[in-house]
Each structure stands twice: as structure tokens, then as C-alpha cells.
Write a protein that binds this ligand. Sequence first.
Ligand code: SAH
Length: 302
Amino acid sequence: MDACNAYYYGTRDPFGARGDFTTAPEVSQMFGEMVGAALADCWMRAGAPADAIYAELGPGRGTLAADALRVLRSAGFAGQVHLVETSPVLRDAQKEAVTGAIWHESIDDIPLQPLLLVGNEFLDALPIQQWVGAAERRVLVAAGGLAFDRDGDVTETSPAREQAVGAIASRLAAKGGVALFIDYGHARSAPGDTLQAVSSHGYSPVLADPGEQDLTSHVDFEAVARAATGAGTVASALVSQGEWLNALGIGARAAALAAANSDRADELAAQVQRLTGRDQMGELFKVMAIRSPAWPELAGLR
Ligand code: SAH
């Protein structure tokens, strides 16, 4: 999964109608603006520390960073921008979207300063392990392609994900700040095979075309919260993306944009529906923040 995704993201821009899938920031500028507003509010209530930095994990085309930073800058945030991205192709796209950013290969290279961090659809792309009972389910090279070595009732773990969350949490605990994770997943650890492959906006067999399709799995937010609290941070409640965006006032933002662009009113309403609708991205995607105990809670996550 690690090798496949490294090749997949390293060799293309997979987003949008002509790509394989569309993420929330690519649906509407309002998504990144809500993220920026929540971070700006939290930063201001923390006393607006001047050494705080904006950081993002897996920023895709840089759209979320650009939209969030527009709001953060207008709130007086003047801190540096640090982007963790392994794909050279996507780094190039991010350079177009975000000026003055600093790129890193790994979370460990982010400077030790107070953090305003975001990861949207980042954790779901990190590799998982699958288990059938106590035995790890492995992938074999078989006649005609790849095959699993066993079937049965599958459970999943993701040491890579827990390590990533733990590394962020240690920094938050040491230096202050808040990290926001948005992904599809579940609130409680539960058995089940959630590995999936997406290509051209549809599901495909997970072992087909290695490196040519997006591999993800559902994020176990109970494990995320455990990794976060284990490293000395406070994990928020898990709230659906729809509930969170509505609580932050995406409806008011859409109304303001529509008032200034009357020809775009229908388009804006459709974007809000796509981001918040229960049958669209609103319920499947979940939001969790982790924060230093010294920092205030992020808005909308009670
Ligand atoms: N956040 C963006 C993109 C999500 S896709 C959006 O919402 O549009 C996943 C992103 O994570 C891509 O930018 C991909 O290149 C990056 N990525 C995947 N695995 C990574 C890893 N191990 N380290 C750093 N970035 C990674």
C-alpha cells in the first residue's frame, strides 16, 4: 500500500473530474475558508502567538492551504507555512497555489513551534495492516497478478497512522497548537475490511493495477484519539463534516458569496449540499481535532 501510493501520487495529479477522485477543498473554496476560520479563531483565543506556523500534511494541489491561509492572513496570522508532501508532481502544483511555503519529506522535519496543522484525506492514504485472527493477511505475487494469502474475518491496524498522529501530538504537547484531521472513517475500532481502490471516480478491485489507482482505508478515529492522548494532547469529539461545517457557518458564507456573485447562487448552494449533505460527503467524512492542553478547543467540535 505504501509503495503503491508513493508511486501513484508521485506520478500524477489525481484530483478532479478528469482524474480519479475529488476532495472537499476541490469542491469549493468554502471548505478551506471554514478550516481557516476555525484555526484563526483558535489561534486568537490562544493569545495569537507570533511564532505559530501553519502546517499541512499531504496538501494535494494546495487548494485547502490557499483558501485557509487567505482567512488566517486576514485575521492577522503572519506565521510561516510548512507543507509535508512526498510527491514531486503535487509539490509543483502546491508551489503555484501557495507562495512562500517550505516543503518537507516528513513530519519530523516540521520546525518545533506552535502548530496550526491540517490533514484532509491524509491519514486514509497511509498504509494499513490486515489481520485474520492473529495472522497477518499478506499480498502474494500469483499467476496473473497479486492475490491475498488468506481470507476470513479481517481486522485492520495502521502503525503508520498512529506514528504520524503521535509525532504531531508530541509537538503539540511540547510547543502548543492544534491539529485538525478530516477523513472518512469510524468513531470506534471495529472489525472489517475497509481497504478500497478508486480509479476514474469508481471503485475497483484493490489488487488490480498496483500503483495506478488510489488506495485508502477508513480511519479508525478511536485509534487516532488513543495515539493523541498517549502523547499528551487532548482529542476532541468526532463530528461529521456536515455538522461541523454547518456549526461554523458555511451557510452564512455561501449567502455572502451569493450576494456578491448572484449568477453563482445555484452553484454555491450545490457546493454546500455536496460538502454537508448526509447522502454526499457530510456524514461519511468526520472531523477530529487534537490540541495541546494549554490551547483552547477548536470551534464546532463539542
Ligand atoms: N489534502 C489534499 C490531498 C489529499 S490526497 C486534498 O484534500 O485535496 C493525499 C495527499 O497526501 C497527497 O497530497 C499525497 O501526495 C500525500 N501523501 C500520501 N502519502 C504521503 C506520505 N506518506 N507522506 C507525505 N504525503 C503523503
